[in-house]
Design a protein around this ligand. Structure first.
Ligand code: BES
Ligand code: ZN
Length: 453
């Protein structure tokens, strides 16, 4: 049996196994789920041993554990490091929008619905099953290592020191990640750029405690208002970020590079269909796909202050908090950008209140060269798996530790994503297309065979 026949013969078992893993609510950002995260890691380690990996271990960290596994039975052949994450986003259902339980996976219309179905248990599992199909049929052409972490969705805090401390263990010729999206089933794509991220919170404090807004309103600067004034000053009217120096290190792309990206435009129709927003917004002078792929942003992710419960309460709050993150592009440094934003917030803060900006986490952008032999091998593999040559895109999302992994190990990366744009990642009704699962396994297995050539 060849690995592709093996994959077809075992589709049903693979699906049941993936469902079992998806049932474990490994939400890394919620401390109440700490044990679930650990269980998901242990499940994965056991699974690695069951499919024939010769070593599989759960490495504890100060936060959530990291799962490492290897099979090094092809001396002389290239070594591939597959990175992924087994943690998932919360699946809160305030709007009652999930059509089925996020942690009771079900198949509807050829899609597997569950939190983590695509991001990233489903896509990581696709890689695992590709490796299994090669091992089980005696066809494994390369050495493989897996490093699957449990904190990607919370900024990969403990993965950074792990990479530094275990650089030898993780050493490889190429890092492969399946945690991104293709355009459509008939038009696969390889992501050659991901944005970096720096996440912070800005707190404004005013009076010692909340005050009656009639008794003090008009003589005490309201922290909610002061924060709104500061935040409003971080963009100009057109949508450019006003933080001094913010754009200084941004690498401008050549006209040829911009033309190449323009082959895959982000259309107004798609924006309207996907989001329900009718009029786009953003930095002038750049197309929508450029604003997402090659330009940095500053976003307000959340705002809290004062009374937000039922009815009215005439209060002048003592504090106001904003969660703010910047998406970053080549050559911007996350820590430099953090300093620039924090300094600007300090400069914008009037003497009537106090402000503090705190760093939560940071991750670098990633670039993969489209003409690297690894990306080219991946392109041939997609053609085999999906029946069409991939196009190259730059995506707006982030995989925080990937830049560090690339730098510390000195390896190229291949972003071999199998998600679809309507997979609802981080949202209600997250799904993974079974067709992506099947074609993805085929693509990944073929990629490892291509690397041997
Ligand atoms: N899988 C995503 C990243 C992604 C999404 C890449 C869409 C390409 C297209 C990843 O799990 C993710 O969501 N990352 C977070 C990182 C953050 C929490 C530090 C992100 O981008 O917001
Ligand atoms: Zn992910």
């Amino acid at each position: 049996m060849n690995p592709y026949e093996y994959q077809e013969a075992h589709r049903a078992d693979f699906l049941e196994e993936l469902k079992e893993w998806l049932r474990i609510p490994s939400i890394s950002t919620l401390s109440a789920h700490k044990d679930d995260v650990r269980r998901a890691a242990e499940w994965l380690r056991d699974h690695f041993l069951r499919i024939g990996m010769t070593r599989a271990e759960v490495f504890p960290t100060r936060g959530h554990p990291i799962v490492y596994a290897e099979w090094l039975g092809a001396p002389g052949a290239p070594t591939v490091l597959i990175y992924g994450h087994y943690d998932v986003q919360p699946a809160d259902d305030a709007g009652n929008q999930w059509l089925s339980d996020p942690f009771e996976p079900v198949v509807r219309d050829g899609n597997l619905y569950a939190r983590g179905a695509t991001d990233d248990k489903g896509q990581t599992f696709t890689q695992i099953k590709a490796v299994q199909s090669l091992l089980a049929t005696g066809n494994m052409p390369v050495n493989v290592k897996f490093v699957i972490e449990g904190e990607e969705e919370s900024g990969s805090t403990n993965m950074y020191p792990f990479v530094e401390e275990h650089a030898g263990l993780l050493a490889a010729d190429v890092v492969v990640v399946s945690d991104t999206q293709i355009l459509t089933l008939d038009r696969p794509s390889i992501v050659i750029g991901l944005r970096g991220i720096v996440y912070m919170e800005i707190e404004v404090r005013g009076p010692r405690q909340a005050l009656h807004s009639g008794v003090y309103g008009g003589i005490v600067h309201n922290p909610a208002q002061a924060l709104a004034e500061i935040l409003a000053a971080l963009h100009d009217r057109d949508g450019r970020v006003t933080v001094p120096g913010f754009y200084d290190d941004v690498l401008e792309l050549s006209p040829a590079e911009r033309a190449a990206l323009a082959q895959v435009p982000f259309t107004l129709e798609r924006l309207q269909r996907d989001t329900g927003v009718s009029v786009p917004w953003g930095e002038p002078g750049y197309e929508l796909h450029e604003r997402l792929g090659i330009r940095p942003t500053l976003e307000i992710n959340g705002l809290v202050s004062g009374w937000t419960g039922e009815g009215g309460k005439t209060v002048l709050p003592d504090t106001a908090l904003a969660k703010v993150s910047c998406r970053l592009v080549p050559r911007q440094d996350p820590h430099t950008i953090y300093r620039l934003v924090a300094d600007h917030v300090a400069a914008l803060t009037p003497p009537t209140v106090r402000s503090e900006t705190r760093l939560l986490h940071a991750g670098n952008w990633v670039v993969a060269e489209a003409d690297s032999p690894y990306v080219q091998a991946a392109a041939r593999a997609y053609e085999f798996g999906f029946g069409a040559a991939p196009v190259y895109t730059r995506d707006g999302g982030s995989i925080p530790v990937l830049g560090a992994l690339q730098r510390v190990l000195g390896t190229p990366v291949v972003l071999m994503g199998f998600g679809l744009p309507d997979d609802n990642l981080h949202a209600p009704n997250e799904k993974y297309s079974l067709e992506c699962f099947y074609r993805g396994m085929k693509t990944a297995a073929r990629f490892y065979q291509e690397l041997r050539r």
